[in-house]
Design a protein around this ligand. Structure first.
Ligand code: FMN
Ligand code: SF4
Ligand code: SF4
Ligand code: SF4
Ligand code: FES
Length: 679
């Protein structure tokens, strides 16, 4: 046993007692028993000082987790229940942002109250997890060990789940997922099409562990990659990352190992590891879910990166609009420090590394790595020309490695399972899996992870359950505002970085928005351009002025004032902007226009020549009329018209004055006789 002193944050001296590799910290007041205001043990912290001690914690914590893991693998359909003899039951409640917005916190509260009221607190645990991915059907509650997957749970359902299922062993059928294909209830998520074709690598811990408890992460082999890495030569660890074939998930797809190697080669007294958690793409929530559901994987990966590139400081740049992710990261960082997995002399290796959180204000351009670095330095969030790349001169002019959240989430599992395992997944040039935020006109909205090489058809129809309300598929937008709209003919291409670019879109960070026959592709292009115009930092002329001119042209077309020459103007402007804009925002901003021009030119021509929007989305091109044969003269439409554009005597056909009508559509929803049509 040894006793050491050090200055704690509160400037009070504390004593360390080191017993078998664990440091137990006592406050000095407690240790010396002094003063009438004696403070009893202020905090007990277990510092792990060796890989063996880490393994000890893992083995202890793994017991609770092993039940969850076994239940995922089990083929059993028999329900569990205390009266059926199940000794212990775990209730997993989704604590992701999506489910929290649908009262999942109240559900958790009700579970605690119900198990207390039934006197079964010693036999049942309630565990809050990260996102399960199936946000469309949230809030999700999962029962372990029988792996029952309840969907759309409401706080009022809790008592029934506890009394019927947890106690009596009868599943609550009405809360089970209803397969739209065969109308059958499915009790276990592994039998749902949504999950069947997925492979969760980056999301491996989301929906499985309590993200606010580091021991649950450790139980799933967390920090094992770090412990092993610290015993190896850092170049060998880096070589494993290179051998895995992992490419950056932030959009550009740059090989991660090569990036680390470049940062490692630049010698400096100070280097930085930056986690890019800006995630500004509309509709994207991959990174948020990883940080909310598995924050320790980011902490561990950044520390490993620091070891490989010889950096001792990590910075997470996260948008302040992600309060839950921020909170979970803060907890993970604090717990990692307490356990000695961050800070000085990590796991007794002599390596020091710590992490700080920096907040962004939600500007899309601040996700671009040079703008992000300027923003962290307190400067305007504007990109600068590369080279120099951040690996050479980044934060504070020092070598800096910037990686995306999902990229980092893959690092620990690559090192624990081996680079060959990782590179055996995916396609020749795109290894591993990719997380997508599946949204738009699709039945199963949510977060999915599939092996690279999965086709768009498999994602949209098998996992996504097809287009909503039986409508016809029209397009899928991948890559967010920098991406493009792909059509039916692209559905069978295997998704990887190269194939998506060749098809006129891009992987981007993983936003995937499905559109149906009711979507106007000119309006879609206009929507994305409005976004990029609004988010442009204005530093360079092609992006600042060029995109504005393109937006003006698109606006003209959607208002029926376009001309055929406008289509050529759009094409020319787009190629100039792509070639001459300073950063990736401008260079990719014309993609939605170019891809819709290439794949849906007939719709542009229709808007220009026939002043017609087939999807009836461009208001200025619509004409509301009343069919006299159907009109009963009830005046319901006239009473609701905000422009007083409808005239007619009672019980006689009414008419709409097209010059006064503001095309609000109110009359259409009021007429119960189908007398109003829109052309
Ligand atoms: C306009 C713009 C926005 C970007 N936003 C993000 C973002 O939100 N998250 C991210 O990881 N990368 C974003 N990137 C890419 C980063 O510049 C950088 O390539 C990435 O963080 C590198 O990490 P990776 O190699 O792990 O992909 C953006 C790029 C551009 C041009
Ligand atoms: S391309 Fe746009 S966002 Fe990028 S530097 Fe130029 S103006 Fe700013
Ligand atoms: S609501 Fe329909 S039926 Fe009634 S007056 Fe208007 S158009 Fe005619
Ligand atoms: S669309 Fe709106 S403004 Fe036009 S007639 Fe109907 S209710 Fe009046
Ligand atoms: S937030 Fe609960 S399933 Fe996604």
């Amino acid at each position: 046993m040894q006793i050491r002193n050090f200055e704690a944050n509160n400037q009070k001296k504390v004593h360390f007692v080191i017993i078998a590799g664990f440091h137990i910290v006592f406050s000095e007041l407690f240790f010396n028993f002094v003063g009438p205001n004696l403070t009893f043990l202020t905090k007990t912290i277990m510092k792990i000082t060796s890989a063996d001690a880490l393994d000890g914690i893992r083995r202890k914590a793994a017991k609770a987790l092993s039940v969850r893991e076994a239940s995922k693998r089990s083929g059993s359909v028999a329900p569990c229940g205390l009266e059926l003899g199940t000794p212990h039951i775990q209730i997993l409640c989704c604590g992701g942002t999506g489910c929290k917005a649908s009262e999942s916190a109240k559900i958790v509260e009700n579970f605690h109250a119900a198990i207390q009221a039934h006197g079964i607190t010693d036999k049942v645990d309630v565990i809050v997890t990260g996102c399960f991915g199936f946000c469309e059907k949230g809030p999700i509650v999962k029962i372990v060990p029988d792996n029952t997957f309840y969907t759309s749970v409401r706080p009022a359902d809790v008592e029934e789940i506890v009394s019927s299922h947890i106690i009596a062993g009868n599943r609550v059928e009405r809360l089970l997922y209803l397969d739209p294909g065969n109308g059958r209830r499915i009790n276990d998520s592994k039998h749902m099409n949504f999950y069947r074709k997925q492979m969760r690598v980056a999301l491996r811990n989301c929906g499985v562990i309590n993200p606010e408890d580091i021991t649950e992460y450790i139980a799933r082999h967390g920090y094992q990659a770090l412990a092993r890495s610290l015993k190896r030569d850092s170049q060998d660890v880096l070589d494993d990352i290179k051998a895995s074939g992992l490419r950056g998930r932030g959009g550009a797809g740059f090989p991660t190992g090569t990036k680390w190697e470049i940062a490692r080669k630049f010698k400096s007294d100070e280097k930085y590891v930056v986690c890019n958690a800006d995630e500004g793409d509309p509709g994207a929530f991959m990174d948020r879910s990883i940080m909310e559901g598995d924050p320790n994987s980011i902490v561990e990966a950044m520390t490993i990166c620091g070891y490989c590139i010889e950096a001792h400081h990590g910075l997470i740049y996260i948008r302040a609009e992600y309060p839950l992710a921020v909170e979970r990261l803060r907890i993970a960082i604090a717990q990692a420090r307490e356990y000695g997995l961050l800070g000085e002399n990590i796991l007794g290796s002599g390596f020091d590394f710590d992490i700080e959180i920096r907040y962004g204000a939600g500007a899309f351009v601040c996700g671009e790595e040079t703008a992000l670095i300027h923003s962290m330095e307190g400067k305007r969030g504007e990109p600068t020309l590369k080279p120099p790349f951040p690996a050479e001169a980044g934060y504070m002019g020092k070598p800096t490695n910037v990686n995306n959240v999902e990229t980092l989430a893959n690092i620990p599992v690559i090192l624990t399972r081996g680079p060959q395992w990782f590179s055996s997944i995916g396609t020749e040039k795109s290894k591993g899996t990719k997380v997508f935020a599946l949204a738009g006109k699709i039945n199963n909205v949510g977060l999915i992870e599939v092996p690279m090489g999965t086709t768009l058809r498999e994602i949209i129809y098998d996992i996504g359950g097809g287009v909503k309300n039986g409508k016809r598929f029209k397009a899928v937008q991948t890559g967010g505002p920098s991406g493009g709209c792909l059509t039916e003919k692209h559905l069978d291409i295997p998704i990887d970085y190269e194939s998506l670019t060749a098809a006129g879109s891009m992987m981007g960070s993983g936003g995937m928005i499905v559109m149906d026959e009711d979507d106007c592709m000119v309006s879609v292009a206009k929507f994305y351009l409005e976004f990029t115009v609004g988010e442009s930092c204005g530093k360079c002329t092609p992006c600042r002025i060029g995109n504005k001119r393109m937006l003006e042209i698109l606006t003209r077309i959607t208002e029926g004032k376009g001309e055929m020459e406008d289509l050529d103007r759009l094409q020319n402007l787009a190629s100039v902007i792509k070639d001459s804009a300073l950063c990736g925002l401008g260079q990719t901003s014309p993609n939605p226009v170019l891809s819709t021009l290439a794949n849906f030119r007939d719709e542009y021509v229709e808007h220009v020549r026939a002043h017609k929007c087939r999807a009836k989305k461009c208001k200025a091109l619509l004409t509301y009329t009343i069919e006299p044969q159907r009109c009963k003269g009830c005046s319901a439409c006239a009473k609701s018209c905000p422009a007083q554009a409808i005239m007619g005597e009672s019980r006689k056909p009414h008419v709409i004055n097209p010059y006064v009508c503001i095309r609000c559509g109110m009359c259409l929803s009021r007429c119960h006789f189908g007398a109003i049509s829109v052309i």
